[in-house]
Design a protein. Structure first.
Length: 110
């Protein structure tokens, strides 16, 4: 919550000038009020309540930057809708192990 400025006076520079306290400290509520299409928090700040709130508001939760398989698995178990990572092959392998539908694979060029 510290990166969002919960309980701090004024707008957070990390939230484009939004004062998260105007939205009860809820990133999903702030995102919905701004008309955003998704919530993309830092992966360490994702909680079951955040996911529930976002989904109730019709917003997918797509955290970043999730680079370990353990963190990917934990977030998938919590019910996130997507994952932003620097290691897509790790995520793809985990998805395959879980029997999930895989996106189209691309070959590295260059």
């Amino acid at each position: 919550d510290a990166w969002m400025g919960v309980g701090q006076p004024g707008a957070s520079p990390n939230l484009g000038g939004i004062d998260i306290d105007d939205y009860d400290g809820s990133l999903p509520k702030a995102a919905a009020a701004q008309g955003y299409d998704a919530v993309s928090p830092t992966f360490g700040s994702v909680t079951p309540a955040m996911i529930t709130d976002a989904h109730e508001l019709g917003l997918p939760v797509i955290p970043w930057t999730v680079n370990t398989t353990a963190d990917m698995a934990r977030l998938m178990d919590l019910g996130v809708d997507g994952i932003i990572t620097d290691y897509p092959t790790r995520l793809r392998t985990l998805m395959e192990e879980r029997g999930l539908k895989l996106p189209k694979a691309y070959t590295l060029k260059g």
